[in-house]
Design a protein around this ligand. Structure first.
Ligand code: GAR
Length: 192
């Protein structure tokens, strides 16, 4: 019997390297998910070009064209109706979603965050960890709930913070692990 695949909508705002890691995983016939949509709030997001090159449907909804977060999200919801989606994957999507939107997708939105949650919610995670003299950093895939960066963890990976690290060198080390745990986390949700 053919594998029933989870249908993913990936939301991005920029480079899209996590999206690409999931896209690569999906090329394996045995991987339990497929990308049916890549959506961005940034018309200039690099990741959108990558998605298009791979023949994946894309939606661009510029948040600046809307006077409120609710109107922006209503437009997202309307566009999502055109696709059959099981799971929303936030992959560097830099807009905070309202409780009302999150509650429409219970346990169906996941996010990757570049810290060992619950440490360093929000922005500038690597700079803050270095400034605090931490010896470890990492990344977390978690379910999204209305409170920012606070839902239950699905997977976490640690990396060392080395002498002389800058936010950039640390980000690079963490990103390498992000690319591994995001596809793995989706497999866990798929139950394989
Ligand atoms: C990733 O490091 C991701 O963890 C982070 O943005 C980057 C996106 O990179 N997300 C957040 O900070 C969310 N609060 P990508 O576009 O290359 O995947």
């Amino acid at each position: 019997m053919a594998l029933k695949k989870l249908k993913l909508a990936i939301f991005i705002s920029g480079r899209g390297s996590n999206m690409l890691s999931i896209l690569e995983a999906c090329k394996d016939d045995a991987y339990p998910a497929e990308i049916v949509l890549v959506l961005t709030n940034r018309p200039d997001a690099k990741g959108i070009d990558i998605a298009k090159e791979h023949g994946i449907p894309t939606e661009i909804i510029d948040h600046k064209a809307f006077s409120s977060r609710e109107d922006f999200e209503d437009e997202i919801s309307e566009r999502l109706e055109n696709y059959d989606i099981d799971l929303i994957i936030l992959a560097g999507f830099m807009r905070i979603l309202t409780a009302s939107f999150v509650e429409q997708w219970p346990d169906q939105i996941i996010n990757i965050h570049p810290s060992l949650l619950p440490d360093y919610k929000g922005l500038d995670t690597h700079a803050r960890a270095i400034a605090d003299g931490k010896t470890e950093a990492g990344c977390t895939v978690h379910f999204v709930i209305p409170d920012l960066d606070s839902g239950p963890n699905i997977l976490q990976r640690r990396v060392p913070i080395l002498d002389g690290d800058t936010p950039e060198t640390l980000a690079e080390r963490v990103l390498e692990q992000e690319h591994k745990i995001y596809p793995e986390a989706i497999k866990i949700i798929a139950g394989v």
